[in-house]
Design a protein around this ligand. Structure first.
Ligand code: PLP
Length: 319
């Protein structure tokens, strides 16, 4: 099978991230296990640096740039975790970062991105095309554009989350992974195939935005309008050109969960496991809890992909 990224790339990314990214804990809960009759292993990427797994791919991609590219700097367009990941990963490597964000992005996200030392360029969501703007800036200033998921070094970096999970928890029967554009699940599927070949990898999307599920079922990339969901990290419109072939080859199925199921999972994590997981970060867990797949007696991995939720929004979800 000729895939655009290999497990060797994941192993190389792990060496670059060693001592830089947190080796996040694998959490367990007897209460969660009792609900589904299985042994659940939660990979707590909500406790990763900057609060999400995206630090892994961002750091790896920047580490792979040559000296000349590092001197010119990097560029990303994102209003969410990828922006903060690129900002922090560049600062740690002494590389200048420019982030293109909507002018009406939440003030706390603009501030967090600037706080990591990145230059923020804002645009008007109603009148400007951010991809075109980002490409123009990248070209004019010679910056390396690092996309949030459709990039081999980003995919390889994200795969280190599942590599650590399987190394720490032992072989798994099933692994649930939160999915937007598919960088995390494709990297994790490469790691699972190498370390636990019998493991079935399940991608999980928001019900309102099932572009990966539709693409998986029809065998060709399906593009959807921007979905309305509280899972703001998974409001993607289509899987990537690199992520989709990996998903088709290595993922067993793509499931969806509702916003109500995400809120129920967030409440469970706060009330029972005492951890904050953002709505997008609950996708995989909500599917594991949802009973669409019988987990009885299985060893199950669940990636909790991030924990960046505004405290006021969290309070509303918990109320
Ligand atoms: C970006 C993101 C995702 C989706 O990751 P993809 O690689 O785009 O599939 C899931 N959860 C969180 C918290 C994210 O920030």
């Amino acid at each position: 099978m000729n895939l655009p990224v290999s497990y060797a790339d994941v192993v190389a990314a792990a060496a670059r991230l060693d001592g830089v990214a947190h080796r996040t804990p694998v959490l367990t809960s007897r209460t969660a296990d009792a609900r589904v009759g299985a042994r659940l292993h939660f990979k707590a990427e909500n406790l990763q640096r900057m609060g999400a797994f995206k630090f892994r791919g961002a750091y790896n991609a920047i580490a792979r740039l040559d000296e000349a590219a590092r001197r010119r700097g990097v560029l990303a367009f994102s209003s969410g975790n990828h922006a903060q990941a690129i900002a922090l990963a560049s600062r740690l490597q002494g590389v200048a970062a420019t982030i293109v964000m909507p002018a009406d992005a939440p003030a706390i996200k603009l501030a967090a991105t600037r706080g990591y030392g990145a230059a923020v360029v804002t645009y008007d969501r109603m009148t400007e095309d951010r991809e075109a703007l980002a490409r123009r800036l990248a070209e004019e200033r010679g910056l390396a554009l690092i996309p949030p998921y459709d990039h081999p070094d980003v995919i390889a970096g994200q795969g280190t989350a599942a590599k650590e999970l399987i190394e720490d928890a032992g072989p798994l029967d099933i692994l649930f992974v939160c999915t937007g554009g598919g960088g995390l699940v494709s990297g994790c599927a490469l790691a699972a195939r190498a370390l636990a070949p019998a493991c079935r990898v399940i991608a999980v999307e928001p019900e309102a935005g099932n572009d990966v599920q539709q693409s998986f079922r029809t065998g060709a990339i399906v593009r959807i309008p921007v979905p309305a969901t509280i899972a703001d990290g998974a409001q993607t419109q289509a899987p990537g050109r690199l992520t989709f072939p990996i998903i088709r080859a290595l993922v067993a199925d793509v499931l969806t969960v509702s916003d109500a199921e995400l809120i129920a999972a967030m409440r469970f994590f706060v009330a029972t496991m005492k951890i904050v997981v953002e709505p997008t970060g609950c996708l995989a867990a909500a599917a594991a809890f949802g009973g669409q797949i019988d987990l009885a007696g299985k060893r199950v991995g669940v990636i909790l992909s991030g924990g960046n939720v505004d405290p006021a929004a969290l309070a509303r979800y918990l109320a």
